[in-house]
Design a protein around this ligand. Structure first.
Ligand SMILES: Nc1ncnc2c1ncn2[C@@H]1O[C@H](COP(=O)(O)OP(=O)(O)OP(=O)(O)O)[C@@H](O)[C@H]1O
Ligand SMILES: [Mg+2]
Length: 409
């Protein structure tokens, strides 16, 4: 028989089984009571016992190997099965000195506006709640100076960079000039590149940005469909523990040249846990959660805030919860009784998880300013890039003021 080492565990076992069945036939023959009982000779007994002994040893080896093989496969299966839920928030296995550093706000160089850059994510695991609309309009309000500072004074326009992290590219298509966007797509200069380390990709950071329509103080990193594939690959690499992929945006954005160039970096995230949205959270100082004031949205709020809490606990202790922003309310002047009720449910859902956050008791989990539903909430390209119709703008100025205060207080 050839050495078991040269065969794969299943092959070894197959061989062993053949030998074993042969042996079994002999043993059965000996042990089966028959009328004409024929006792084997001592010689025959020894032969059978020897080959049994030899077979047992080899069977044991094969079984051990097969067992190891089984354990490995089982572990991989377990990782793949768990990948969908917990993988993104589990603590890193990198040595502490190898974890890409989060630059605390106080250690950053001054931003163009004189204060320090703030990196902010807009996330809700529910789709269509207005993440992109609110992000685009907040960029417009901040970059055109349509907000008040902490003392209630009018503010100078801020320098804002907004990053589209949804492969659908809604923000990109609504807020970038179509030809410029086409050019960026053809050259592959999109947020997909952010899922490679700066050393891996030829593109410089500035090459990844395009102008934001109608706003000289804002720029945008667009997204396209290539991001979907890259997000999935990065997930698989993390799941099989081949590569720690969650710090990439920290590597890209926590750099003096970014801090010196922008007052705000905003991430418009997809309604899913993707490599990009996780990377955004690990690079962010603060996260806001746009939501509708509807009962069906409360579950998504719980799931989303639960994820923020785990991320803060395991991966980014600097992350603060900015609050939930109510979008598409029924009336302009105030919330309906039902919306008030849902607002309280949203608050409660947030408070369950906000215990992880340092600001938990200081302010309401839901912002005071809300954005009413506008019939045909279309974007007006070219005026205040991606903004809702002009009549909504006072709401966004107030929202930008409250967001600004929450970010800076
Ligand atoms: N306040 C509003 N009034 C009217 N329409 C709105 C309002 N906010 C958003 N919309 C519309 O709702 C739709 C979804 O909005 P948006 O794309 O901003 O949501 P999202 O949360 O970013 O979606 P996704 O999860 O797909 O990224 C868009 O057609 C948008 O124009
Ligand atoms: Mg969106």
């Amino acid at each position: 028989m050839s050495s078991p080492k040269k065969l794969s565990p299943p092959e070894i076992v197959a061989r062993q089984l053949e030998d074993f069945y042969e042996l079994r036939r002999k043993i059965v023959k000996i042990l089966t009571p028959r009328n004409e009982y024929e006792e084997p000779s001592a010689e025959e007994y020894r032969e059978i016992l020897d080959s049994l002994q030899e077979n047992l040893g080899e069977m044991e080896d094969a079984a051990r190997q097969l067992h190891q093989f089984y354990q490995k496969a089982e572990k991989r299966l377990e990782r793949v099965l768990k990948a969908s839920s917990s993988i993104w928030t589990r603590p890193t296995e990198l040595e502490p000195e190898k974890i890409p550093q989060f630059t605390p706000i106080e250690n950053r160089p001054p931003a163009p506006g004189g204060d320090k850059t703030r990196i902010v994510s807009f996330i809700n695991l529910k789709g269509g709640v207005g993440k992109t609309t609110l992000t685009a309009n907040l960029v417009a309000a901040l970059a055109s100076g349509n907000f008040r500072d902490l003392d209630g004074r009018a503010n100078r326009p801020a320098r804002v960079l907004v990053v589209d992290l949804d492969f659908q590219g809604t923000l990109s298509q609504r807020c970038a000039e179509p030809l410029v966007l086409q050019g960026a797509y053809e050259k592959g200069l999109t947020s997909t590149k952010l899922l490679e380390t700066p050393g891996q990709t030829q593109a410089t950071f500035d090459e990844l940005t395009v102008p934001f329509l109608g706003l000289p103080n804002a720029r945008l990193i667009p997204a396209d469909e290539t991001l979907d594939d890259k997000d999935v690959r990065r997930l698989n690499e993390l799941a099989s523990r081949r590569l720690e992929t969650r710090y990439y945006h920290r590597i890209w954005f926590h750099k003096p040249e970014i801090f010196e160039k922008y007052d705000f970096v905003f991430f418009d995230c997809p309604p899913r846990l993707t490599a990009s949205s996780v990377c955004a959270l690990l690079a962010s100082d603060c996260v806001f959660m746009p939501t509708a004031p509807e009962l069906f949205d409360v579950n998504a709020v719980s799931r989303t805030v639960n994820w923020f809490g785990k991320t803060r606990k395991n991966l980014n202790s600097f992350l603060e919860f900015g609050g939930a922003i109510l979008n598409r309310t029924n009336n302009e002047k105030g919330l309906t009784p039902l919306e008030e009720k849902n607002k309280n449910l949203i608050k409660l859902a947030c408070d369950d998880y906000r215990v992880h956050f340092s600001d938990a008791s200081e302010r309401s989990a839901v912002l005071d300013v809300f954005i009413p539903r506008r019939s045909g909430g279309n974007y007006v390209n070219g005026i205040a890039g991606g903004a809702l119709p002009g009549a909504s703008q006072p709401y966004f100025c107030r929202l930008a003021t409250e967001v600004y205060r929450r970010i800076y207080q």
